[in-house]
Write a protein that binds this ligand. Structure first.
Ligand SMILES: NC(=O)c1ccc[n+]([C@@H]2O[C@H](COP(=O)([O-])OP(=O)(O)OC[C@H]3O[C@@H](n4cnc5c(N)ncnc54)[C@H](OP(=O)(O)O)[C@@H]3O)[C@@H](O)[C@H]2O)c1
Length: 375
């Protein structure tokens, strides 16, 4: 009896083991399938996209000149590095001369890069920068309006406009319109945009009569995300307006969304954003992949003859309903013109006193620059 009983135990154990093993194996397979499904979804959304070097492969950019705003950092720097490595002359319009010089020296063909000081939060600085560009450059083939801020507390610029709005949109509008007449006949302008433009909602009355307070938010209505979204929406309307103005001219203009949660210095202004972007880093594009879409728009021969298109992942993409409204584009253009005209008119007298003469960036070695910068 006892022997019989003990003889059965291994069978029982085996049966239990078999069941356990088979369910574990099934779970394992299910888990593996799940991972590969998740993986392919990430594949599809963000992780794999061409890098900036891949999209410029085989494109001849020698004898071309490209102006990039905010070219010392993140996506702008990646674009400057790539274009200069392909023999394109790059005009880096940057706020911080020291950081810009370090960035320039980090590029392979640094002799092809030229620095211009530009603080988009100051219309005087924008004017000074555009005057210098006009004085020194006979022709510009590509312009990439890339500079931006995000996550700032509410502040007003010296021109009495909300900072995010002025830096991300209005300052770059002024820069481009100032240098418009030296754009090559087949020039391309790329406005670095964002999917966040989709989150703006304005009611019908506001759409009919946009006001300063809708775009340059007063403190009580301000959140940094809201201001950023509005600035990016204005950028898309600027694209519509420009392509209307340049119809049949050979010039074209595109908007490009580089990717979401790309870990650059954009999120540095508020630690929760820094934390969020850092934790999203494994799932988002690399900086080189993020730079690919704007560079594709600026250089791809496939886009010859096209204009007024929003790109994401190097593919054409619909913009939000609010961003499609061409009537709104004209109204925002009129509003922008008024905002600029009022400010330029009121600053003309003061300019003579306040604007310092243009100073060329010194060619200082990196160690000195780092010392000065940190000091
Ligand atoms: N990173 C993302 O996930 C993401 C997503 C969607 C769209 N984008 C867009 O991609 C573009 C590039 O951003 P990024 O991620 O590369 O950020 P980033 O590393 O912070 O670069 C922004 C650049 O703008 C410059 N800038 C800021 N304020 C300026 C001012 N007042 N005057 C002149 N230049 C100024 C910065 O100069 P300083 O170094 O002197 O500050 C910097 O060079 C932006 O248009 C951004 O909206 C980024």
């Amino acid at each position: 009896m006892l022997r019989l009983y003990f003889n059965r135990i291994p069978h029982k154990l085996n049966r239990v083991n078999n069941v356990f093993l088979s369910t574990t194996a099934k779970k394992g397979i299910l888990f593996k399938n799940y991972l590969s499904a998740v993986g392919s979804r990430f594949d599809f959304i963000t992780i794999h996209g061409p890098t900036v070097d891949e999209v410029t492969k085989d494109i001849d950019l020698s004898n071309k000149t490209c102006l990039i705003t905010g070219a010392n950092s993140g996506i702008g720097f990646e674009m400057a590095k790539c274009l200069s490595s392909r023999e394109c002359s790059v005009l880096m319009a940057c706020r911080n001369p020291y950081a810009a010089n370090i960035a320039k020296n980090a590029c392979e063909n640094s002799h092809l890069l030229k620095l211009y000081e530009l603080n988009l939060a100051s219309l005087r600085s924008v004017k000074k920068c555009s005057d210098e560009i006009l004085k020194e450059q006979p022709k510009i083939d590509m312009v990439i309006l890339n500079a931006a801020v995000f996550g700032l507390p509410w502040t007003l610029t010296e021109d009495s406009l909300e900072t995010t709005f002025q830096v991300n949109y209005l300052g770059q509008y002024v820069l481009l319109t100032n240098i418009e007449h030296i754009l090559a006949p087949d020039a391309r302008v790329v406005i670095v945009s964002s999917e966040s433009h989709r989150h703006v909602s304005w009611d019908f009355n506001h759409q009919l009569t946009p006001t300063e307070a809708m775009v340059s938010l007063p403190e009580q209505e301000y959140t940094s995300i809201r201001a950023y979204n509005i600035s990016k929406l204005c950028g898309i309307h600027f694209m519509h307006y420009l392509s209307y103005r340049w119809v049949n001219s050979g010039k074209s203009v595109f908007c490009a969304h580089p990717g979401s949660f790309v870990k650059t210095r954009l999120c540095r202004n508020w630690w929760p954003y820094e934390l969020l972007y850092t934790s999203m880093k494994p799932f988002s594009k690399s900086i080189s992949q993020a730079a690919a879409t704007p560079i594709f728009c600026a250089t791809s021969p496939e886009l010859q003859g096209l204009s007024d298109i929003y790109f994401k992942d190097c593919k054409r993409c619909e913009v939000s309903d609010l961003a499609q409204d061409l009537h709104l584009s004209f109204r925002i253009y009129d509003l922008t013109k008024t905002l600029v005209r009022d400010r330029v008119a009121s600053s003309t007298d003061a300019d003579a006193v306040r604007v310092k003469p243009a100073v060329a960036f010194p060619d200082v070695d990196e160690a000195t620059l780092v010392a000065n910068y940190s000091g």
